[in-house]
Structures are given as C-alpha cells and as structure tokens.
Design a protein around this ligand. Structure first.
Ligand code: AMP
Ligand code: MG
Length: 399
C-alpha cells in the first residue's frame, strides 16, 4: 500500500502535458489554457490619460494655490486634444480622456471653482491622477504566460490587446464509466438489490468543471468480456479513463486483472487513504487509467485528491497542479482510526476571515453520498493521528 504522497507523485509523473495546440476565437476561449504566451502589441495605456474628472494643468503654474487659469479647451473621453497647454492655461478633462501636450498634472474637479472661461485651483494637484502611457505594460511584454487558464479577467486582457484568435491546448478527453451488476441508470425502475449509478454523474460533472471533455460511456456489468470491451473502447479514445467499482478484493472485482491483460503498466494497486484505499492506476501508451473504488464518496474524494491535479497537468496548466490547502481549525473534534490518511468531508467557513472546517453532519460513511452534497472542503488526519481536538490546527483541502 502506497502513501498518499507517493501515489500523488507517481500519478503526476505518469501524466504528460499536451504536445499539441489548436487555434480558437476569443469568443470561445473562456476556460481554455494558453499554449503560447500573449504579448502586448503596444504600450498600455497607449497614451497618457486622466484618472479623474477635473482640469489638466502644467505643474509650474500651480505650485502655490489658489491660482486662476484660463480654460482653453474641453477634452471628453474619446476626443483628441487639439491644443498644447501654454503657461497660465488649463484644459477641462474627463476620466479616460487623453492628457493634452504640455499638461503634467490633473486638478480634481472637487478642488476647483469654475467661473466662465476661468478655473481657480484651491490646492496644488496631487500626483498620480495621470495614467501614464506604458505604465501597465510595454509593447512586446508578455502579459499572459503559456499555461494560463482564460477566465473573466484574462478575457478582459485579451480583448484589450485585440487578441482575436489564440493558440490553446486541446482539452483533455476523459472517458468515464461505471461497473457493477447492481447499477441502473437514473431513468430505469429500481428493482430489489439494485442502486442508481451516481458515480458517472459525479465524475462527469467534476471533469467538466475542470474544463475537460467528459465522455460518459455508461454502465458495464461485472462480466469480464463486457468489461474488457468497455475498457478497450475507453482507452482508445481518451487521455484519462475513469472507471468506478470492481477494484476491491471481491470475487466480482475484475478491473486490475484486466488492466494487466490489456498491457497496462500498473503503477498503483492501493493507497493508504480513507476513503479510497483500492485506487488502481495503470499507465498505457496513450492514456492513464484510474480504477476508482465504487463507493460514491470514495469516487469523489479520489477525484479531488488525485485526479484533479492530474487533469490540471494534462490540460497544460502551469504548475503547481496539486490541491489547494489551507490550515484552519474545526469547532468539533475530528476523529480517524490512524491507520490511513483520512479525509473528512464538510464545509469551509471564514468567520472573521479565519478558515474553519465544519464536518458534514450524519457521520463519515463512504457510502453516504447524501451528506457529501454541499461539500466545499476536506479535512485531513495524517497516518498515526486518531484525533484532532476542536480548535487545534488541521490541514484543509479546498475544493
Ligand atoms: P465496488 O467498488 O464495486 O466494490 O463498490 C463499492 C460500493 O459502491 C458498493 O456498495 C456499490 O454498490 C457502490 N457503487 C459501485 N459503483 C457505484 C456507482 N456507479 N454509483 C453508486 N454506487 C456505486
Ligand atoms: Mg462492484
């Protein structure tokens, strides 16, 4: 049985960043990962402009205030100034408008008095009200490195530099299927002994949320020929395969044996983690196969702990790919058996800005997917730790 850390390292070493790239239009780039850096085609801002509504002035004119200047033009946002300011002159200016030649300071409107063509400055203008050309970035500077996921702020940057088409990595393809004689899809009628396949829905959602392409392949019974055919189909069309169930030590658990038969290089047979111990991972030339335990909680905890980092690396995102951790405290004592690294699910709150973990109510049973809903974080009890007392520090994986 491998430690969680060793398993994580093996998985990340077996995953390779994408080697190809494709071009997408800016309009469809949300969520994609840049395959090459984006540089600025010009200075930003492209010209000095005013950060405030007020008056553009020459600082030698306004060292001692009050002082009265002649207003020689008015410059709104989008207009080009047509006058070079001379001694004793000011230009009425609005936020975002180009600063006229000759001006080097902005007197804010609130500290002026206007009478006809003249304006009186009550105080010398503060520096900093001009957004200087090139103060955000210079022409040719890298503004977004390769490996950046495009979110709303990146969209704004890309639109600003008019990057209408972008080189991005292909989205990872993830084949997902469920194994088990007892499983039915949600639209079938439940017969005694059966359960509804929830893992496929959970994993499809989790994969899609990370910006990958989920390929749900349905349910396969615990029958070696059918299972082998499904595994082969999945391996041939995806970068990652996620199957759930059939990796334990029961008589109907065929996945590990079939992985070997299909030529997989088995990297992981079990991990000292709770829930999720029977995780089985095999490397194929074209994909990495995750045989995930069937318990619904095990399936999602395995995803959050091991598969999400693998998917981030496979998507081409810049490191680090691992989960995001915070140290916090819990108002309740957290318990484990100390034998395996134990993950308790619950919610992360931030009272007074401090991270606080609230374990899910109703117990931590790996079959209980009902209290797994609304999980936003996992608290971790390391191997050998049976209890973290209320108020003591605990490591929290943020989902
Ligand atoms: P297994 O890993 O196949 O031994 O399954 C462990 C437990 O998880 C059993 O109680 C299964 O019925 C349940 N289980 C397996 N697959 C699924 C699934 N796709 N959706 C919900 N529960 C499942
Ligand atoms: Mg099973």
């Amino acid at each position: 049985m491998l430690s969680v850390q060793v398993a994580e390292d093996l998985i990340l070493n077996a995953i390779h960043p994408p080697q190809e790239a494709e071009t997408v239009a800016l309009t469809t780039a949300l969520g994609r990962v840049l395959a090459q850096p984006v540089t600025s085609p010009g200075d930003l801002p492209p010209w000095d402009n005013s950060a405030m509504d007020g008056y553009a002035v020459r600082s030698p004119d306004v060292h001692s205030c009050p002082v009265t200047l002649e207003v020689v033009e008015e410059i709104a946002a989008g207009q080009v100034p047509c006058h070079q300011l001379q001694p004793g002159e000011a230009a009425r200016i609005f936020t975002g408008a180009m600063v006229p030649p000759g001006a080097d300071a902005i007197a804010i409107q609130e500290e002026t008095q206007r009478e006809g063509d003249r304006v009186t400055l009550l105080n010398p203008p503060q520096p900093g009200f001009i957004r200087k050309q090139g103060s955000y970035c210079r022409q040719g500077e890298v503004i977004l490195p390769a490996g950046t996921r495009i979110g709303p702020a990146e969209m704004a940057v890309l639109a600003t530099v008019q990057a209408l088409s972008l080189l991005v990595y292909p989205q990872p393809k993830v084949a997902i299927f469920s194994t088990g004689n007892e499983l039915i899809p949600p639209d079938a009628t439940l017969q005694p002994g059966q359960i509804v396949d929830s893992n496929q829905w959970a994993l499809t959602a989790a994969v899609s949320q990370l910006g990958a392409i989920a390929i749900p392949l349905g349910i396969v019974p615990d029958q070696p020929d059918a299972l082998r055919a499904k595994m082969e189909a999945a391996i041939s069309q995806a970068d990652l395969v996620l199957s759930t169930g059939g990796v334990s030590v029961g008589d109907y658990d065929y996945v590990e044996g079939l992985l070997g038969e299909l030529g997989g290089d088995i990297q992981i047979r079990s991990v000292a983690i709770k829930p999720g111990k029977p995780l089985t991972v095999a490397n194929f030339p074209q994909c990495l196969y995750f045989g995930i335990p069937g318990n619904p909680v095990s399936a999602l905890v395995t995803f959050w702990r091991f598969i999400a980092p693998a998917l981030r690396k496979r998507a081409g995102l810049a490191a680090p790919w691992g989960p995001q951790w915070v140290e916090g405290r819990s108002p309740q004592t957290l318990k484990a058996d100390g034998k395996r690294e134990t993950y308790l699910w619950g919610q992360l709150h931030w009272p007074q800005g401090r991270p606080e973990f609230h374990p899910a109510s109703g117990g931590h049973n790996s079959g209980n997917l009902i209290n797994l809903a609304r999980t936003t974080a996992l608290a971790v009890l390391p191997v050998g730790v049976k209890e973290i007392a209320a108020g003591e520090p605990v490591q929290i994986l943020v989902i």
